[in-house]
Design a binder for this molecule. Structure first.
Ligand SMILES: Nc1ncnc2c1ncn2[C@@H]1O[C@H](COP(=O)(O)OP(=O)(O)OP(=O)(O)O)[C@@H](O)[C@H]1O
Ligand SMILES: [Mg+2]
Length: 494
C-alpha cells in the first residue's frame, strides 16, 4: 500500500479549526536532496544541530513511552523540511486541500528520512506533522478529545489534563521551551495578541470560545505555561446538574424560585469548582421578558434568552492604554436600563459598585467569586469592596453586603473530582458588627466507597428562609417539607 494511502483521508476533524476560505496552495518547489548521511536536523527555533543522526533513532521503541521523544524529534524534523519546501509559510489553515498537499510533502520527506516505521506510527507521525503545521502542535490531540475539559502545559515536559474531574499527567511532550512558545504564539497571534519578556502573560479566547491563559519566563520560572479551559459545546443544564448529583431536585427548584423572585445571588467556590457553569444555569432561569446585561472578563456565559447584552472587558493596547475593566463595565451597565446584571466574576473594586447597584434597585443580580465557604465569601466581598478605594468604614461595607446579598450558593470540587453545591446559605442581616448567615441546604459527607468515591447527601437544615414571602409574592408556595420539616400527610417536593 502506498504511503499516501496508509495516511488515510484528509478531512478535518470536528474540533479542529476549519479554513474559512480555500487556501491558496503554493506551487510545488523541489525539496532539497536528503542529507548524506542524514545531517543532524536543526530543532525549530534553535540554531543548535541535533546531536543524533536521524537514521540512528531507535524507531522500534517509538511506540513505547520512552520512544515518544524520538518520534517528536522526527516529526519536527519533517515539519522543518516541509515548511522549507512551502517557502517557510507559517500559517496553514486546515482544509482538505492543505491536508492533501501535506500528505504529498510528508511522503517525500518521510522517504528522505530513510526510516521504516509500522503503519500506525507513520499515521501518528503524519498527525503530529499536521498538528504542528495547522493546529496547536502536541496539545491539538488533547483539544480534539471531548472527554478532556482542561489542558495545562507546565513547560515542555509536563502536560496535564483534567478529565472526569480528575487531573492527570499525560505523556505529551514539547521539544523545548521555544516549541511551547511557538504554540503560544500560534494560539494568540490570530487574536491580535502578543506575549514577550516585557509583558509575559496573556488572556485570550479561542475562536471556539475556549479560555486561554499563557505566561512565559521570566514570570513563569519553570518555563512557558499554557492553561486552556476548553469550551464545552454542550453547556451543562439544570437537569444535568441534578442528574450528576451536583444538587438535589429540591435545591434546583428552590434556586429557580430565588432567581425568578429577583434575589441577589452570589455563587462562591474555589478555582475550577464550577462557579461559571452554575452561574450560567441560574442565569438561564431569568424570565424571557427581562433585559439582561452580562459582564465578563472572557465571555463564557451562554444564555438562552433573546434579550441579552453581552459585555466583555478589554485588555490594554500595546502602548498600555485603552484597558476596559469589569468595574468600568459594571458602572456603564447601570446606564443601560438593565433589569438583571450578571457579572461573570467579581475580583476587585467592582464588588462595591455591584453591591451599591443591588441596594439601589438593581436587584435580581448574580455573580461569582472565589471563596471556600459562605463565610469566606463575605470576607472576600469586604476585601474586594475595599479595593474600590472609597475609604468606607468596614461596618458600612458589611451593612452594604448584608442588605444587598440574599443568598450565597457554595460550589465545591470534592477530592474525588465530583462537583457539588455544598451550601445554600441565606444572608439574613446584621447583628451588631456581624453579618448573620443561615444555611438552608447543606451537603453532608457520609463516607467513601472502596473505589474512593465520596458519598454524600444534600440536606435541608430545617430552617425556612426569611425571604420566603418574596418567593410567595412571585407565586412560589414552598411546602415546609422542602426545608426538611416533617408535616404529616404533606407531600415532599413542589
Ligand atoms: N456540576 C458539575 N458537574 C460536572 N462537571 C462540572 C460541573 N460544574 C462544572 N463542571 C465542569 O468543570 C469545569 C470547570 O467549570 P467552570 O468553568 O464552571 O468552573 P469555575 O469555578 O468557573 O472555574 P474558574 O475558577 O477557573 O473560573 C468545566 O469543564 C465544567 O464543564
Ligand atoms: Mg469561572
Amino acid at each position: 500500500m502506498s504511503l499516501l494511502k496508509r495516511l488515510g483521508g484528509g478531512s478535518p476533524q470536528p474540533n479542529e479549526p476549519v479554513a474559512i476560505a480555500p487556501v491558496a496552495i503554493p506551487t510545488l518547489t523541489p525539496i532539497a536532496p536528503p542529507p548524506q548521511p542524514p545531517a543532524a536536523p536543526a530543532a525549530p527555533g534553535s540554531a543548535e544541530p541535533r546531536s543524533q543522526p536521524i537514521s540512528s533513532i531507535p524507531f522500534e521503541e517509538a511506540a513505547q513511552p520512552n520512544g515518544q521523544q524520538q518520534i517528536l524529534d522526527l516529526s519536527l524534523w519533517c515539519v522543518d523540511r516541509i515548511q522549507a519546501s512551502l517557502g517557510n509559510q507559517n500559517e496553514l489553515k486546515r482544509s482538505p486541500e492543505t491536508e492533501k498537499l501535506l500528505q504529498e510533502r510528508f511522503a517525500r520527506v518521510y522517504q528522505q528520512a530513510g526510516v521504516s516505521l509500522p503503519g500506525e506510527q507513520v499515521k501518528q507521525l503524519f498527525t503530529m506533522v499536521c498538528d504542528e503545521l495547522m493546529g496547536f502542535g502536541p496539545i491539538q490531540q488533547l483539544l480534539n478529545d471531548d472527554a478532556i475539559s482542561e489542558v495545562m502545559v507546565n513547560g515542555p515536559n509536563r502536560v496535564y489534563v483534567e478529565s472526569k474531574g480528575k487531573l492527570k499527567l499525560t505523556a505529551i511532550r514539547f521539544a523545548n521551551d521555544e516549541h511551547v512558545l511557538k504554540i503560544v504564539d500560534r494560539i494568540i497571534r490570530p487574536l491580535g495578541r502578543r506575549v514577550d519578556r516585557k509583558w509575559p502573560m496573556v488572556d485570550a479566547r479561542l475562536p471556539d470560545g475556549s479560555r486561554v491563559n499563557a505566561i512565559i519566563p521570566p514570570c513563569a520560572i519553570d518555563g512557558c505555561t499554557i492553561t486552556i479551559r476548553k469550551f464545552s459545546k454542550n453547556k451543562l443544564k439544570i437537569d444535568d446538574l441534578v442528574r450528576f448529583g451536583s444538587m438535589s431536585p429540591e435545591m434546583a427548584e428552590f434556586l429557580r424560585a430565588c432567581v425568578v423572585s429577583r434575589l441577589n445571588i452570589v455563587v462562591a467556590g474555589g478555582t475550577g469548582s464550577g462557579k461559571t457553569t452554575l452561574l450560567n444555569v441560574l442565569s438561564n432561569f431569568i424570565p424571557e421578558d427581562e433585559r439582561i446585561v452580562t459582564i465578563e472578563d472572557s465571555a463564557e456565559l451562554q444564555l438562552g434568552q433573546d434579550h441579552v447584552v453581552r459585555l466583555e472587558a478589554k485588555p490594554a493596547e500595546v502602548d498600555g492604554s485603552g484597558r476596559v475593566q469589569i468595574r468600568d463595565l459594571v458602572i456603564n451597565s447601570l446606564r443601560m436600563r438593565p433589569e438583571r446584571v450578571v457579572i461573570g466574576e467579581c475580583r476587585g473594586g467592582e464588588t462595591l459598585d455591584m453591591l451599591q447597584a443591588m441596594n439601589t434597585g438593581h436587584d435580581g443580580s448574580l455573580t461569582t467569586l472565589h471563596a471556600n465557604t459562605p463565610r469566606d465569601a463575605l470576607a472576600r466581598m469586604e476585601t474586594m469592596s475595599m479595593m474600590a478605594g472609597m475609604d468606607l468604614p468596614l461596618k458600612v461595607i458589611r451593612e452594604q453586603i448584608a442588605s444587598a446579598i440574599d443568598i450565597i450558593v457554595q460550589q465545591s470540587r470534592l477530592d474525588d473530582g465530583q462537583r457539588k453545591v455544598t451550601y445554600i446559605t441565606e444572608v439574613q442581616g446584621m447583628e451588631g458588627e456581624t453579618v448573620v448567615l443561615q444555611d438552608i441546604f447543606k451537603l453532608e459527607i457520609l463516607g467513601k466507597t472502596p473505589e474512593g468515591k465520596i458519598q454524600c447527601e444534600m440536606k435541608p437544615t430545617g430552617v425556612r428562609p426569611r425571604f420566603t414571602p418574596r418567593l410567595e409574592a412571585h407565586g412560589f408556595k414552598l411546602p415546609p417539607s422542602i426545608f426538611g420539616a416533617q408535616v404529616p400527610g404533606q407531600k415532599k417536593g413542589w
